[in-house]
Write a protein that binds this ligand. Structure first.
Ligand SMILES: [Zn+2]
Length: 223
């Protein structure tokens, strides 16, 4: 815990004074560019990955980056989505899964979660297709556990993008052409992001190989 307190101390003494104008502006409101739905995993750090400052990403995080139906209000996910679309007028939603995801491992080993009934119940939101895929993949002998895990993680991203359409605010905004969905897969070991291409049904690099920056003005960061 001391490491966190020391970090806060540096934030107060060095980082905050350097960006005081930004924080004064943010104190009056937010206009985030995207709703970023990702796993609670400590190794996934959206602001660092996107190199953006506070106020840019409206975040929603939970085990497995799952999106329950609108009727499941207990988790807060449906409320976060509705607020993002109808109040903040966010035009892009990113569903970002990641490598070595503990929640996806849990789906693959759902029968071993007796001591984690809440987790097991939450993972039901991965949907019946996850159970079907897990059973199918278990029957194959050619795929390693890592390959199976990647397949289930990528399938979950696609399923959760579809689950988003169950939310009236999302469906309405998409029909109006005011909202776009993005499915991303983040690899912790390499830092690379692949995006789902609905046309080809494949995950392809978010940026071309060797390209390190876009031609637009790079987003500012706070470090
Ligand atoms: Zn995870």
């Amino acid at each position: 815990m001391q490491q966190l307190i020391d970090g806060y101390s540096r934030f107060r003494s060095k980082v905050y004074p350097q960006h005081s104008k930004l924080f004064e502006k943010l104190a009056k409101g937010q206009q985030p560019q995207a709703l970023f739905i990702t796993c609670a995993d400590s190794r996934v750090m959206p602001e660092m990955m996107m190199q953006c400052e506070p106020g840019v990403l409206f975040s929603c995080r939970n085990a497995g980056n799952l999106i329950p139906p609108p009727s499941e209000v207990g988790s807060g996910v449906p409320a976060t989505i509705e607020y993002a679309i109808r109040v903040l007028k966010i035009r892009d939603i990113v569903v970002c899964g990641h490598s070595d995801c503990g929640a996806m491992k849990g789906i693959l080993k759902i029968d071993e979660l007796e001591s984690l009934p809440v987790v097991r119940g939450w993972l039901e939101h991965a949907g019946p297709s996850a159970r079907w895929l897990t059973k199918m993949l278990k029957k194959t002998t050619t795929m390693s556990f890592e390959e199976t895990l990647e397949a289930v993680t990528e399938a979950n991203i696609i399923v959760q993008m579809q689950n988003l359409r169950m939310h009236p605010s999302v469906d309405e905004a998409i029909r109006q052409g005011a909202l776009h969905l993005h499915g991303w897969m983040y690899d912790i070991g390499s830092g690379a992001i692949r995006q789902f291409d609905p046309e080809t049904g494949a995950f392809t690099p978010l940026i071309a190989d060797g390209r390190t920056e876009t031609h637009s003005e790079p987003a500012k960061k706070i470090a």
